[in-house]
Design a protein around this ligand. Structure first.
Ligand SMILES: [Zn+2]
Length: 234
């Protein structure tokens, strides 16, 4: 490439950023959908936490920057945010396989935590659905394997804040927070739960509980981000 080409490219980029102004949705500094600094941060090493017996792999810390990306995916269905959340989930899930070669994601079923009924009324389908479709596409392109996901759970009753409840009260609080959508044949596949953010752990644990009650095997959970300080169930 000649100097002139470089210069032309620079001018073109400058012009196109005037026409289509873009800022990094993560740090909000660079002129890019997700700037190269943030792409590095986004692909951070996956962290594992335990919510009682449930292993949860999360790629990012939950902070102002990552919550912006989650909100972009949730409220605006921003495609770049969806892509980065899919890639973070992909890394979190792959870690299960690299830690345990006997575990196969392609022989498992990915089950999202459902959006609340009011959120579905407000936004249409769960905001996780396009992210899961993107995740399947990413894996197909990368490894030629097809991951499967299925909405199995439905919100049944509100889970109260766990922090002020006794152990027994927590048990009954969580029992019945979710139920299975229908009795339609759940394939004989072990399940990995999927959510955007791990905060207290109560939601994931309730889902784990509901599936276990129906004798389904739950191998673990993957989330895009995790807040390190608010995990109340250990
Ligand atoms: Zn950035």
């Amino acid at each position: 490439m000649t100097l002139d080409d470089d210069k032309d490219k620079g001018i073109f980029q400058a012009l196109s950023s005037l026409v289509f102004p873009k800022i990094c949705i993560y740090c909000q500094n660079e002129f890019a959908a997700l700037c190269s600094n943030c792409q590095q941060l986004w692909l951070a090493p996956v962290q594992r936490r335990y919510v009682r017996g449930l292993a949860v792999n999360s790629t990012l810390a939950y902070n102002a920057a990552s919550s912006r990306v989650v909100i972009q995916a949730k409220e605006n269905r921003n495609r770049i945010a969806q892509y980065w959340m899919a890639s973070a989930l992909s890394a979190a899930l792959e870690k299960f396989e690299s830690d345990n070669p006997a575990l196969s994601i392609s022989r498992s079923l990915l089950v999202p935590i459902p959006s609340s009924k009011s959120a579905i009324r407000r936004r249409g389908e769960s905001f996780l659905h396009p992210i899961l479709d993107k995740l399947v596409e990413l894996q197909m392109n990368k490894n030629g394997v097809r991951w499967r996901w299925k909405e199995l759970l439905i919100h049944h009753k509100m889970v109260r804040d766990q922090s002020e409840l006794s152990y027994t009260a927590r048990q009954s609080n969580m029992a019945g927070a979710f139920r299975l959508r229908s009795d339609d044949l759940v394939m004989e596949r072990p399940i990995l739960l999927i959510d955007d953010v791990l905060t207290t752990g109560a939601t994931l644990y309730s889902a784990f509980w509901a599936l276990r009650e129906r004798n389904l095997t739950v191998l673990g959970a993957a989330t895009v981000c995790a807040s390190a300080h608010r995990l109340l169930i250990r």
